[in-house]
Design a protein around this ligand. Structure first.
Ligand code: UDP
Length: 415
């Protein structure tokens, strides 16, 4: 049996005040014909990274509106996650080899997980299996299921310009799904087609500990406990330690800013996801790049940085950066915008959906541009506040969990 993730209860009505009556009524209407339908989400980790974050909100709300929703996590040893990390990189276009042995490892673990996967019948009601990302994408191929089961592949990564060695391998597995969900149109790679296709950008949960309102005093006190001096300007990036998130570029930008704003500090806050073995290596690389500069604070969950601490950094920082060079969607951007922070982000993946250049933040495509805009926001706090208000409203309208739930219900109904 795969690991079943235990979840807290959530109630849709609690979101009414934030998203408004109309959205709630629409969700209730969409859920009506789907009462009792079974929904099983499958992914590679219960902790760390955006997908785990999404499912923590989505699955309880699916239950609340009457679906029999579950979340299962596949199993794998290091050799598997080493391969899936390479797959993640390869599908996002990195030039990394994909050997016959790696393919064999991926197949072996997908087959094993399919054998352990349980999809108990539920009295003739429809069943939707939503498989997230490439790690478990072979489940559909290896699992024998009846006709009343709808298989959906949910791709969270940027597959617009994949390394062909990886894409050609994955496309046939992915093609076996009835439906595909992508964050953006451009991510639907060539050679795959589905009977149903949906474009659904991810969302954040405004009622999760990470996104609940936090007072500035509390936020500053929490951050100060980790070392930064709250009397001085603080720039933060929250993300896994991953080459695509470009923490080294953020350090370089900070160094340029320091020439003008000499007391600026930098925090790089990242969680070590269980399915990301490369994280430790890249954390080490980042620390070496930072060298002996004690104004660069490199922190992660093993220092005790959990959801509330991430929230505190996003709330108390003067500027939030997400200098990715590839990005699926970038939930950390959404989280910071929701906290009324204009964000400086790479012009990649889902970031430009969120950062309207000059309105809710700035899109930056180089270290120099990033430094320039950090400096601008540090020296124009009133303008930063105005942008922050627009940022929050942009997220409220477009990127909160109830909208995500509605999109899923619409797709289920279509199937
Ligand atoms: N995150 C966290 N602690 C950290 C770093 C990241 O909880 O130290 C969370 C972050 O708040 C966000 C998610 O991990 O909710 C990362 O999602 P994103 O879409 O930004 O990137 P991904 O890791 O999925 O590429």
């Amino acid at each position: 049996m795969l690991q079943h993730v235990e979840l807290e209860e959530k109630r849709l009505v609690d979101y009414r005040e934030i998203v408004g009556d109309e959205t709630i009524a629409e969700i209730e209407r969409l859920a009506e014909p789907l009462q009792g339908a079974r929904v099983v989400h499958v992914n590679a980790t219960a902790f760390g990274g955006g997908v785990a974050e999404l499912l923590q909100a989505l699955v309880p709300l699916m239950r609340d509106v009457g679906l029999d929703a579950h979340w299962q996590v596949i199993e794998g040893a290091d050799e598997f996650f080493d391969v899936t990390k390479a797959c993640h990189n390869g599908l996002q276009g990195m030039d990394v080899p994909f050997t016959a042995e790696m393919k064999e490892i991926w197949r072996k673990y997908n087959q094993m997980n399919a054998e352990h996967f349980e999809l108990t019948r539920n009295g003739g009601r429809p069943t939707f299996v939503v498989v997230h990302d490439p790690q478990p994408a072979g489940l559909r191929h290896y699992y024998e299921s009846g006709m009343d089961t709808h298989w959906i592949w949910r791709c969270h990564i940027d597959t617009s310009e994949p390394n062909p060695a990886y894409w050609d391998f994955f496309a046939p597995y992915v093609n076996e799904y009835e439906a595909g969900i992508f964050t953006m149109d451009q991510y639907v790679g060539s050679g795959v087609s589905f009977d149903h296709q949906a474009i659904i950008p991810p969302t954040i949960d405004p009622l999760s500990p990470k996104n609940m309102p936090m007072g500035m005093d509390e936020a500053r006190a929490i951050v100060a406990d980790f070392g930064p001096d709250m009397e001085r300007p603080l720039v933060t990036q929250v993300s896994r330690f991953d080459p695509w998130k470009d923490p080294l570029g953020v350090i370089d930008a900070y160094r340029i800013v320091r020439e003008q704003v000499s007391d600026v500090q930098l925090a790089l806050v990242g969680s070590m996801a269980s399915d990301d073995p490369e994280g430790w290596y890249y954390l080490d690389k980042t620390s070496r790049h930072a060298g002996e500069d004690f104004d660069i604070h490199i922190l992660h969950n093993f220092h005790g940085v959990g959801a509330r601490e991430v929230a505190a950094f996003q709330t108390a920082s003067d500027v939030v950066v997400q200098k990715s060079t590839r990005e699926g969607f970038g939930l950390v951007v959404t989280e910071a915008l929701w906290k009324r922070k204009p964000v400086l982000g790479g012009d990649v993946g889902g970031i430009p959906l969120q950062i309207i250049d000059g309105e809710t933040g700035f899109l930056v495509d180089s270290v120099e541009a990033c430094a320039d805009k950090i400096q601008y926001l540090l020296t124009h706090p009133d303008e930063a506040d105005r942008m922050g208000e627009r940022a929050r409203e942009h997220v409220r309208r477009n990127f909160l969990t109830p909208r995500h739930l509605a999109d899923y219900l619409r797709l289920f109904a279509e199937l």
